[in-house]
Design a protein around this ligand. Structure first.
Ligand SMILES: [Zn+2]
Length: 57
């Protein structure tokens, strides 16, 4: 582990440890909000995030 503080562009995003957790959250969001979210593995933090389909990452 380093002591460096690295700015992560995703620091304000929800993070999930596993693809399954992210997929579950995306499913809940689609039920609750009707929003279509995709999940992706982040190249910055190596965790999983949700992305709205208008976000291109
Ligand atoms: Zn990330």
């Amino acid at each position: 582990m380093t002591e460096e503080t690295i700015y992560l562009p995703c620091s304000e995003k929800l993070t999930f440890d596993t693809q399954k957790q992210a997929a579950t959250a995306a499913l809940v969001a689609s039920h609750q909000h009707g929003s279509k979210l995709k999940i992706y593995k982040c190249r910055y933090c190596n965790l999983w995030h949700l992305a709205s389909n208008y976000e291109d990452n």
